[in-house]
Design a protein around this ligand. Structure first.
Ligand code: TRP
Ligand code: ZN
Length: 898
């Protein structure tokens, strides 16, 4: 068994180069759902940079081994085992042909080769290729691939793989073939094939150097009318990467394929991106503004991987953020540029606010729990569990800090050097950092700590003003506070934190900034302080009046800022800060503070009250016509219940819900006429447009509707929502109306208007799976009450004919929505939510471990909750731990219980 056991924990420190290299791969597939035969011919040689190994060990999983030949002769010294194949006494360089069989029809894991809707798809990242053929399935083994696909022509008329189509033709017995060649060396995780009944929207575009490129978006025939937006997003992505980074599409042909059974968002396989249908298909009737924006972002993300991930890839999976953090940063910048160009700061800020919201809500929580890990993790049990908010979103913030430090031009110089040095290589996060440092003539040794330290840093700020000397000092202190145990061992020293600040005068205008020792004030009124020590004081001179500091402008580093603003000061910042991000931030701070006070009262049964001044501060934003509707919507959306619960000493979802509902009702009642006016003023009559302006109007109007639905007498809101539901010409308005109807009726245990709309919605969109996902999700996330707990509705929906646990989107729409997006109902005192969770994790574990492990994570912060809930969660975790089979789920529940 020595060579069969996968070690339990994989450590970054144990990296060693592969003993063998594979230069070319020729794959032949005979595609049959239950029994696909794969013939794999590789040119193999010993790696001159590795120590000499006695055996050639290949990885393989769920494969039936058939035969091995070396240089054309059958090879007897091959031993297949559960996790791979061992070849003894191989030559130093040889051609190896391996034949094996797999069963795509029965593959419910959606990793490797699988069947979905009668078509074949692959998913290889991170370690799926070994489920297709025996291989050195690690990203530092790069080869060129030729792929021959053979299949029945009537059932599988389209045969796709990476790169360029070399040849296609008919075969006997109604079969046909296609042969593809990818001219670029790539790691096995970027391999892909697709076969089936698909059709494509096509465009031909000229790239920057004048070469013609064929672009295709492949979908099932009935979805062809939902591909235009994905195609436009692809074209915009291609242009943007040329303009912003000088990076051109390197293939003659670029394909996107949509599949409805998919574990994540999408996958950047070279020249053949495979997408969850959710991130491709859109038309106004079926997709919301958010869907349109997400499609643009994900199409961009996958396309940008063509350079950051594919041309330069990762040496090992600990370097995952090298490609993911960087590519998220690139897709965020792309979306911001699409919304606001390079200069419209207010429009760019809405994207920034949305991204920071996600980071704080999800990544900060991850960093405070048992799965906390550095952007470049030190160890893992199952790599699929490390496609995390930390690697992606915090990783993106780390990349953004280089740009904040060096400016756009300096960042571009660093990127240019990175590609000059590493094109065609598999490299590390250190290589990226060194390219940025060298291109800008800067020592970034200290900056490495952003990659190696887990936990969210805290920056405490103390200010002092000396009126006589006109000096203003800010003393910054950095640390990790009471960090989660999982993060303590990684903390080694202070970080280089780019800390952007401005100083605001009594009239609300920015003051000039002149640091002690400088001859004159700097040009702009925002300064990026280079905060490198545990404690550091920055003194500004010629400060004529005591200013109000605007701290961490545009969220210049992924940290928590501790500064004791008064409510009045926050209201002032909300009204005046020239930095749009911090304007929003002031409102969030104000709301968070009030909400946490109220949650504390709710937890102890003290009556709730909210000061008029807080209502007034929000009313000013709501009615400020100089602010964009999109910004006002973001400013008036209260922090989420999950985020608020996380901020409590002891998380109490029921108290948070009560507090948040109280404030929503208070704002609804106090500003009733304003909400009504806003509702009318921001209608978007006429044909649907997916522009940022139009979607901003819809967002603000629908926020108004959701507040109106909070009124004690919701009759008017119900009338408006019903009318909006019936008249809607787009999914944003229709689903917002349905949601308002559901919530307006929650207090009365449901209403006939809500039920009618739900039934209509189902009938209308029965043939649109992505819309039916919304139908499940809206019900799973609705508000509940004592007579009608949402768990009852969810359990009933589990038996609905349209429910299917094997389809990840559907499982997410009902189960994840309830367990992760409806905290007040999920965390019911009776433990019913937890029992449901445990049953579903165990059921999913047998079908699809990757999806099961994601669901398993929804209880990981259990130790932070109130005692009753804590006990209930522990019992559920223990139940799962005792029954779970997959390494994926085991790692999650064991870390949670440790
Ligand atoms: N690399 C992909 C991306 O970020 C995500 C990915 C990793 C993935 N593993 C996957 C997608 C497994 C689907 C299934 O774009
Ligand atoms: Zn990615």
């Amino acid at each position: 068994m020595a060579d069969t056991a996968t070690p339990n924990v994989i450590r970054r420190a144990d990296y060693a180069p592969p003993a063998f290299l594979i230069d070319t791969v020729a794959l032949e597939f005979d595609l049959v759902p239950e029994r696909t035969v794969v013939r794999n011919t590789m040119r193999v040689r010993r790696n001159p940079d590795a120590s000499r190994a006695a055996h050639f060990e290949l990885m393989g999983e769920q494969l039936e081994f058939v035969s091995a030949t070396i240089d054309g002769t059958p090879f007897g010294n091959a031993r297949a085992h559960e996790h791979g194949l061992v070849l003894d006494n191989v030559p130093d360089a040889f051609e190896l042909t391996l034949t094996s069989i797999c069963n795509p029809a029965e593959n419910t894991t959606l990793s490797g080769l699988y069947v979905s809707g009668g078509n074949f798809f692959t998913q290889c990242e991170a370690e799926g290729f070994r489920r297709i053929t025996y291989f050195l399935d690690r990203p530092d083994v790069m080869a060129t691939y030729t792929v021959t696909l053979r299949a029945n022509k009537a059932d599988y008329p389209v045969l796709l793989s990476n790169g360029n189509l070399l040849e296609e033709g008919d075969l006997p017995d109604g079969r046909h073939f296609a042969r593809w060649e990818d001219p670029f060396r790539k790691p096995s995780y970027l391999f892909a094939l697709v076969a089936g009944k698909l059709v494509a929207l096509e465009e031909r575009v000229k790239s920057g150097s004048g070469k013609e490129k064929l672009l295709q978006v492949w979908v099932e025939p009935h979805d062809l009318d939902k591909t235009r937006h994905a195609m436009d997003s692809l074209i915009h992505s291609i242009r943007w990467d040329e303009e912003r980074f000088g990076l051109e599409l390197d293939l003659d042909r670029f394909m996107i394929v949509a599949v409805s059974d998919f574990n994540m968002g999408a996958m950047e396989n070279k020249g053949l991106n495979i997408f969850n249908t959710k991130y491709v298909l859109a038309n106004p009737e079926t997709a919301t503004d958010t869907d349109f924006a997400n499609i643009e972002a994900v199409v961009g993300h996958e396309y940008f991987h063509n350079w950051t991930g594919n041309r330069v890839t990762c040496r090992d999976w600990f370097q995952l953020s090298l490609k993911e953090g960087l590519t998220v940063f690139r897709d965020q910048e792309f979306s911001a540029d699409m919304a606001g160009g390079a200069t419209d700061e207010a429009a760019r800020a809405t994207k920034r606010i949305e991204d920071v919201r996600v980071l704080r809500q999800m990544q900060f929580a991850e960093d405070a729990g048992p799965m906390a890990h550095p952007v470049r993790p030190e160890s893992y049990v199952e790599i699929n569990n490390f496609y995390t908010m930390t690697v992606y979103e915090k990783g993106s913030e780390v990349v953004r800090m280089y740009q904040t430090l060096f400016g756009r031009d300096g960042f571009r110089k660093g990127m240019d050097l990175y590609f000059k040095r590493h094109d065609g290589q598999a490299v590390t996060c250190d290589d990226f950092r060194h390219a940025l440092a060298d291109a800008n003539g800067r020592d970034l040794a200290q900056f490495e700590r952003w990659y190696s330290q887990a936990g969210t840093p805290r920056v405490a700020v103390r200010a002092s003003y000396d009126a006589a000397q006109q000096r203003y000092s800010l003393t910054l202190t950095q640390g990790y506070g009471e960090a989660a145990p999982a993060t303590r061992e990684t903390q080694k020293g202070p970080l280089l934190i780019p800390f952007a600040i401005g100083l605001i005068g009594k009239d609300g205008a920015d003051l000039p900034l002149q640091l002690e020792g400088e001859a004159k004030a700097s040009a702009g009124t925002t300064r990026v302080l280079q905060f490198t020590q545990t404690e550091q004081t920055f003194t500004f001179v010629n400060v004529a009046q005591e200013p109000l500091p605007s701290l961490l402008r545009n969220f210049s580093a992924p940290v928590i800022v501790e500064y004791d603003y008064s409510a009045d000061q926050l209201a002032f910042l909300l009204a005046h800060d020239s930095d749009p991000f911090n304007r929003w931030e002031a409102g969030q701070r104000l709301a968070t503070r009030e909400l946490l006070t109220l949650a504390g009262r709710a937890a102890t049964g003290v009556p709730l009250q909210l000061d008029d001044s807080v209502v007034a501060a929000f009313a000013r934003v709501l009615t400020d016509e100089t602010l964009s509707p999109a910004f006002r919507e973001l400013a008036l959306m209260l922090p989420s219940e999950a985020y608020l619960a996380e901020q409590m000493a002891e998380s109490n979802p029921a108290a948070v819900h009560a507090a948040r509902q109280f404030v929503r009702k208070r704002l609804a009642n106090a500003l009733r006429n304003d909400w009504l006016k806003i509702y009318e003023a921001h209608r978007t009559p006429g044909a649907y447009e997916a522009t940022p302006e139009a979607s901003g109007h819809r967002a603000l109007k629908n926020l108004a509707l959701s507040y109106l639905a909070e009124l004690d007498d919701p009759a008017q809101a119900v009338r408006l929502a019903s009318a909006q539901y019936d008249a809607a010409n787009n999914m944003t308005d229709r689903s917002a109306a349905l949601s308002a109807l559901l919530n307006a009726s929650a207090a009365n245990g449901g209403s006939k208007e809500a039920q009618q709309a739900l039934d209509d919605f189902y009938r209308r969109f029965e043939k649109e799976p992505l819309v039916i996902d919304k139908w499940f999700a809206l019900q799973a996330t609705q508000r509940g009450n004592a007579q009608r707990p949402v768990i009852d509705i969810v359990r009933k929906l589990m038996t609905h004919p349209a429910f299917n646990l094997k389809n990840p989107n559907r499982a997410r729409s009902l189960i994840f929505s309830f367990c992760a997006a409806n905290p007040a109902q999920f965390h019911a005192e009776d433990g019913s939510g937890y029992a449901f969770w445990a049953d579903q994790v165990i059921a999913l574990d047998a079908i699809n471990p990757q999806v099961a492990a994601r669901l398993a994570r929804s209880l990981e912060l259990w130790r932070r909750f109130t005692p009753t809930l804590r006990d209930g969660m522990r019992a559920a975790l223990e139940k799962v731990a005792s029954q779970v089979k997959s390494r994926d789920v085991r790692e999650i529940v064991e870390k949670a219980l440790a």
